[in-house]
Design a protein around this ligand. Structure first.
Ligand code: CA
Length: 234
């Protein structure tokens, strides 16, 4: 699929061979690509240009990929930028931390370039899907604006990733109904089969944290999945 309007991807990777391999192949797919060989350059690129996705190596010579990921998620202008983490074999623990910090996907080196491109496309496709219908949804202290892609609790705006937003929106749109993990995987992640039901749990945990006291509106149904609490709407 050739992109009509070139989407811009930032590759942050200190290994030149890998950076060039990714750059070359993503350009062949019609993407615009910028590269950064260290964390400082990556942050500089993020400040000066707008990207649709970032491929982020975990081990960089200066700032770690996790630190950059954390920075992205905290910055309101960047918080919804999709992140694919690159990790080396044996960095299992850090991959999990990566998900906790809001990476949208991760790929282990050495990777197959075709698979990598599929992942990039899958993550981009997910980030573009907007929740259907309804401009604004109110559930108790929670307000979800699906046009602005914003959610707030008691007027405090939440800094959510695109995936977290869709998950919250999907749950809140059907209060009182149980949603099992597989269904949530289908709805939120679609055809992308690289995520597991455990990923759903990770996302739910993070969503609850971000919601603060309002997090208890997302209820766990043992052995089933999750449900958004039914609250009477004003
Ligand atoms: Ca590295």
């Amino acid at each position: 699929m050739g992109a009509t309007l070139a989407q811009k991807i930032l590759i942050v990777e200190d290994e030149t061979d890998i950076r060039e391999l990714l750059t070359y192949n993503l350009q062949l797919e019609g993407f615009e690509v910028a590269g950064a060989a260290n964390g400082e350059d990556a942050l500089e690129a993020l400040r000066s240009e707008q990207f649709q996705l970032i491929v982020l190596d975990l081990m960089l010579p200066d700032i770690s990929g996790l630190e950059i990921c954390r920075h992205i998620r905290r910055d309101s202008a960047l918080s919804r930028l999709p992140v694919i983490m690159l990790t080396a074999k044996g960095e299992e623990v850090d991959r999990i931390v990566g998900f906790e910090l809001g990476a949208d996907d991760y790929v282990t080196k050495p990777f197959n370039i075709r698979e990598m491109i599929l992942r990039v496309k899958a993550v981009l496709a997910r980030s573009k899907t907007t929740p259907a219908a309804g401009k604004s949804l109110r559930r108790g202290p929670l307000t979800i604006d699906s046009e602005q892609y914003e959610a707030s609790v008691d007027g405090r705006q939440l800094s959510l990733t695109a995936t977290e937003f869709r998950l919250l929106h999907h749950l809140a749109a059907h209060p009182g109904f149980a949603r099992n993990r597989d269904e949530l995987l289908d709805v939120i992640w679609g055809e992308d089969k690289f995520v597991t039901p455990r990923t759903v749990d990770t996302y739910i945990r993070r969503l609850r944290e971000k919601l603060g006291p309002a997090g208890d509106m997302i209820q766990t149904l043992r052995g089933v999945g999750y449900r958004f609490k039914k609250i009477s709407e004003e």
